[in-house]
Design a protein around this ligand. Structure first.
Ligand code: ADP
Length: 423
């Protein structure tokens, strides 16, 4: 039994003021917790009904101004589910029949048999409340069905989108792989024809260099694609170990600039910056950012790598003085396959698939970090990777080393590519 059942709310309408006092009193004695409003005219009753959804309404059938039958019609318009019991005078069978035909729940004859009246009222209230429950359940079911519909629509949209991305993926991949493969095939055929000819050594050598370049290109594409598909399926694993980011960057950059590569200058103050990182993946991030900095900058323009600690964060930024990125392109550059309209490759590696920054962001996020970019068209770009520094929990509790967290460690490398190309 619901709360409402325990406290049914009723309205009694009668122009007989004496009855309006006596009937509620009698009902309160027989129905514990009942709440009763009264109205001495049909007009007052209609006002009350507008404001309150009663569990049942009891109305005299014969009233001046507006009789019970007319009131019955009006209540049905306002509250079609409220059961109405009409009180008829003794022997007014025709009126009683009219009342039932007009949709009254029951009729009560005067003089009122209180027991019969209460029993009829209880039934009416119960029916009203059951209807209310059914309505509530129906509403809940409808809402559930709607939310399921929305979920299905959302999933369908996601699937459609994923399918479109796959199609795009396949189109781009086949297109991008075609060029280096065609060039490889052409070169292999050329070398086959040349290999037995006298004085072919120089030509064969050049052909092999070109072939290696094409193979490198295919290799980069396949690696980018593999990383992208792994990142998509959440199978992108990083093996994080505690390491010094300063040493990691220093070693990577020394290797990057080794041999006939670009010049490197280095300036360092402070101590190490400990992070928990997959060193290969962090090198991949640096490589991507450096390769972009080079690709989208004029020949020989310097690239600056800065590493510093600020509070609990390590900030690693790569800054170039290149073509920059237009404001409207900035929100898209970390998306798959996005290439800005001004993305004309000036140096170094050939144009990519627009996957490098997508993979870079995924790697950084897998380290609990984030990547930010500041750039203006023709004004160069700064890409900043922000990683959490390693905090030894036992040490942190015992004694927080504030000095270690202050931004005193700063390492700056400047890479200047020579005119001779480095790939
Ligand atoms: P891509 O293989 O095309 O370089 P990325 O995902 O690495 O793909 O970069 C996406 C796009 O972001 C690039 O096509 C380019 O438009 C822009 N971009 C990235 N880095 C730079 C940069 N250093 N300077 C200017 N534009 C950049």
């Amino acid at each position: 039994m619901t709360d409402v059942m325990q406290h049914p709310h009723l309205l009694i309408v009668d122009d007989d003021v004496a009855l309006l006092q006596a009937l509620p009193q009698a009902l309160r004695l027989r129905m514990l917790g009942v709440e009763i409003d009264t109205a001495d005219t049909a007009f007052t009753a209609l006002e009350l009904i507008q404001q309150c959804d009663y569990d049942a309404i009891i109305s005299d059938i014969k009233m001046p101004e507006m009789d019970g039958l007319t009131l019955l019609d009006k209540i049905h318009e306002l509250r079609p589910d409220t059961p109405i019991l009409l009180v008829t005078g003794h022997g007014e069978h025709e009126l009683a029949v009219l009342a039932l035909r007009g949709g009254a729940y029951d009729f009560i004859q005067k003089p009122i048999d209180r027991d019969y009246f209460v029993a009829a009222l209880r039934r009416a209230i119960q029916i009203r409340q059951l209807r209310r429950q059914v309505q509530e359940q129906q509403l809940a079911l409808e809402m559930h069905a709607k939310s399921l519909e929305r979920l299905i629509q959302k999933r369908t949209n996601e699937l459609v989108e994923a399918n479109a991305t796959k199609d795009k993926f396949i189109t781009i991949v086949s297109h991008e792989l075609k060029t280096p493969l065609a060039s490889l095939k052409g070169l292999a055929q050329l070398l086959q024809r040349q290999v037995d000819k006298p004085d072919s050594a120089e030509l064969v050598k050049r052909g092999l260099v070109d072939m290696e370049r094409s193979i490198t290109r295919v290799n980069v594409l396949v690696n980018d694609l593999l990383d992208t598909s792994l990142a998509e399926t959440n199978m992108f694993v990083v093996h994080r170990r505690r390491c010094d980011l300063v040493a990691l960057c220093r070693e990577f950059l020394a290797e990057y600039t080794a041999g006939a590569g670009p010049n490197l200058s280095f300036d360092f103050t402070g101590s190490s910056i400990e992070v928990e990182a997959d060193s290969n993946r962090i090198c991949q991030v640096l490589m991507n950012l450096l390769s972009n900095a080079r690709k989208y900058s004029p020949k020989g323009s310097p690239i600056t790598i800065t590493l510093q600690q600020s509070g609990y964060e390590a900030l690693l930024s790569v800054r170039d003085m290149g073509i920059g990125i237009a404001e409207e392109a900035l929100p898209h550059i970390f998306n798959q396959f996005y290439r800005a309209p001004n993305a004309e490759v000036l140096n170094g590696a050939p144009a990519g698939l627009g996957l490098g920054l997508y993979v870079t962001r995924k790697i950084v996020e897998r380290h609990g970090g984030r990547i930010e970019v500041q750039s203006t068209l023709s004004g160069g770009s700064i890409f900043t990777v922000i990683l959490p520094v390693y905090v030894d929990v036992s040490e942190a509790h015992a004694n927080v080393n504030v000095d270690a967290l202050s931004p005193q460690t700063q390492a700056v490398w400047t890479v200047a590519h020579q005119q001779a190309s480095h790939s």
